[in-house]
Design a binder for this molecule. Sequence first.
Ligand SMILES: Nc1ncnc2c1ncn2[C@@H]1O[C@H](COP(=O)(O)OP(=O)(O)O)[C@@H](O)[C@H]1O
Ligand SMILES: [Mg+2]
Length: 269
Amino acid sequence: MTSADTSLQKDTRETRVPVLEARGLVKRYGPVTAIASGDLELYPGEILAVIGDNGAGKTSLIKALCGAIVPDSGEILLDGKPVTFRNPMDARQAGIETVYQSLAVAPGLDIADNLFLGREERKPGILGSVFRMLDKKHMRSEAKRHMSELGVATLQNIGQAVESLSGGQRQAVAVARSAAFGSKVVILDEPTAALGVKEGQRVLQLIRDVRDRGLPVILISHNMPHVFEIADRIHIQRLGRRVAVVTPQSHSMNDAVAIMTGAMAPPQT
Ligand SMILES: Nc1ncnc2c1ncn2[C@@H]1O[C@H](COP(=O)(O)OP(=O)(O)O)[C@@H](O)[C@H]1O
Ligand SMILES: [Mg+2]
């Protein structure tokens, strides 16, 4: 028996209920099958990395989980209960926050405004309900609290325009926002792709902090050292389906890349 078989046995012995689960999702665009059979389990308190070659269907799978696309068939379960997300707001309301591949911040706005983008808080009473006045002061103090909770310490000035921040700091804002509002799951699509080494490390630490505060994280990444540094489990996607789930302990980086590209047979199920 190979080490791969052993790790799979461990997976099938899993008895906890996944926080988020996909079963047999299918998504076609005309003749193109983006997701052939989308299966994924995210367990409480873990960082699940999703890796795969370009076109393997990683983004499509994640988009289905956060309501950005509606799958043709298959099932999504949250805390073991079937859910239907018709749009990203549905998923957000269910507690799933996503940071998309493109840097998802509004450069002209300041940090506090970015944190509350799309979910601005109104002043209490008639000022908010009738005059639609924003509760800037409250949003600012909440933003400060979230940023300091996550140790984004250099962002002293919460009123600083995001365009004046570095790529890593911007990404930190996007991750902090997802952690602040996600109550169940945080999904990050390539959060360190555009960052330098130091900034990448900062964002990795931020992701660990998010997990350690109790929010499970799905991390899509091409960066194998990053994946092997922080993932608890690694979901390998190939040609629109999951071919293996490995761990940094059960497999080497070379093994994972070989499974991902088809050079090595995935562990047998
Ligand atoms: N909106 C779309 N229209 C047509 N084809 C798409 C669309 N989105 C994704 N695809 C196709 O689906 C496949 C999977 O894409 P994607 O999920 O972006 O993969 P990955 O994120 O792993 O690179 C690719 O062949 C891609 O070209
Ligand atoms: Mg992608």
